[in-house]
Design a protein around this ligand. Structure first.
Ligand code: NAP
Length: 438
């Protein structure tokens, strides 16, 4: 069956069911009603970074899942989970079935620091820690042991704030969230009493957002400590949002200690030069003026940004760790018109979840502008999903995801809570309706 040059519906494959991918599906079906969109994801569950990146205590943000769910319930949108591009289906096979393919696979690895000792046990990438507390099935939730009284978090971005907040806040406050029980147990057993956020630049260069920063300053049982001297050279003229951030941090620097049981220290102008230790982390060496000082931390969390990873069959800019594009069209792809990218894999790891909505809209506008070229491509509808069905034993469709979703909600009733994550591959697939012998 070959699609007619005109008349048949536009068919689009989206690879990656995170917010970027689902916003693309939403935008396509709204701007060009009738478009058939198949959304593939490597994981058995949709929603990507919403599920596995947003911190569990940011429950309001997690409510976005209900909006994204409506998109995958749209009659012309289908979800296929547990499908890995390059393993279960190739780009060539997708392009033979769909008029267009949109890559929205995100940025899943950490930016290396390139300092001695960064590989020591106890030096943990934020990507790994975030995946752990979010119950990502690729992470073993047991081994992260928070067995030292002091920890450092390197970086002045929102992920560093998330990591520091999860480490320092009273774990009982996480009971009404979706963290797996094993994560909650590990946080309850945590020995950490002091968390040091370490940044290489000054207060006016933080990448935090104000809401998240203020939240940090209001945690129960936590004193925040910043050296007032760090504000001596902050310029007086700053953009409005930067002024708010600096003023919030400055207000922390004037706070008296309340004798709270846990403390958050913020160190500016302190570029890390080495993670210190022989068999495991025993300290973090930071530059201070002309000298080097060692923070006596037993754990180091490296939170200096996320990077994209190459996907088989998709062009990759190895320097910038993104899929190269011009006007949202993939550069160097297999077809002149037909391959697009959206979200972090295109832009790099910047912006908040909502940024992906406008990004998806812009990508879709270009895609739809290419419609005459796309509809002129010879495609054979249905072939890719047939191949996937023949190759993937445990193919998770919307029904399977809904069953997994219901299982998580049921687990929540025991805690009690809205939901608790099912966090291993085996349990996720079983909850999605596949027995271990399937
Ligand atoms: P980010 O915002 O880019 O922050 C990275 C931080 O790492 C910066 O402070 C950067 O400092 C620092 N850094 C980079 N290389 C370094 C090095 N070699 N040594 C020391 N510090 C270094 O990245 P992110 O925190 O991973 O966040 C990624 C995106 O997700 C951001 O857009 C963020 O806003 C978003 N996000 C949002 C939320 C939310 O809305 N609640 C939550 C989490 C994440 P320099 O400025 O000096 O380079």
């Amino acid at each position: 069956m070959t699609s007619p040059a005109a008349g048949g519906p536009l068919r689009v494959a989206v690879v990656g069911a995170g917010p970027a991918g689902i916003y693309v599906a939403d935008s396509l079906t709204k701007k060009n009603p009738g478009t058939e969109v198949d959304v593939f994801d490597r994981l058995p569950a949709p929603f990507g970074l919403l599920r596995y990146g947003i911190a569990p205590d940011h429950m309001k943000m997690k409510n976005l899942a209900s909006t994204l769910q409506k998109v995958i319930e749209n009659p012309t949108v289908r979800f296929f989970g547990n499908v890995e591009l390059g393993r279960d289906i190739t780009t060539t096979e997708l392009l033979a079935d769909y008029h267009a393919v949109v890559y929205t696979v995100g940025a899943s690895t950490d930016r290396p620091m390139g300092i001695p000792g960064e590989e020591l046990p106890g030096s943990i990438a934020a990507t790994e820690f975030v995946a752990w507390y979010c119950g990502h099935p690729d992470t073993d939730v047991a081994p992260i042991s928070l067995d030292r009284p002091q920890a450092a978090v390197i970086g002045l971005g929102n992920v560093a704030l998330d990591v520091a907040r999860i480490l320092i806040r009273d774990p009982e406050e996480l009971v009404p969230t979706d963290v797996p029980d094993s994560v909650l147990d590990a946080l309850r057993a945590s020995q950490i009493r002091d968390v040091h956020i370490v940044g290489r630049r000054g207060p006016e260069h933080v990448k935090f957002t104000i809401k998240e920063l203020r939240e940090m300053g209001e945690l129960d049982g936590v004193d925040v400590i910043v050296d007032p001297a760090h504000f001596a050279n902050v310029p007086s003229e700053l953009e409005k949002n930067v002024t708010k951030l600096v003023e919030e941090l400055r207000s922390w620097s004037t706070r008296e200690s309340t004798g709270a049981p846990r403390r958050l220290h913020v160190h500016f102008f302190a570029p890390p030069v080495a993670v210190v230790g022989t068999d495991r982390v025993e300290g973090l060496a930071i530059k201070r003026g002309d000298g080097v000082e060692e923070l006596p931390v037993g754990l180091v969390f490296r939170s200096i940004g996320y990077l994209g990873v190459p996907v088989p069959g998709v062009p990759f800019d190895a320097e910038n760790k993104i899929v190269p594009t011009a006007e949202h069209r993939v550069l160097g792809g297999q077809v002149e018109f037909g391959e697009y990218a959206a979200g972090w894999v295109k832009r790099g790891a910047t912006g908040v979840i909502g940024t992906n909505r406008s990004d998806a809209d812009h990508t879709v506008e270009v895609l739809l502008g290419d419609l005459p070229h796309l509809m002129a491509r010879q495609v054979t509808p249905g072939t890719a999903v047939e191949l996937v069905q023949s190759r993937v034993d445990k193919l998770v469709t919307l029904d399977g995801w809904n069953a997994l979703d219901a299982a998580e909600i049921a687990l929540g009733e025991e805690r009690p809570n809205a939901r608790v994550k099912v966090h291993t591959w085996a349990d996720m697939l079983s909850a999605a309706g596949f027995s271990s012998t399937d």
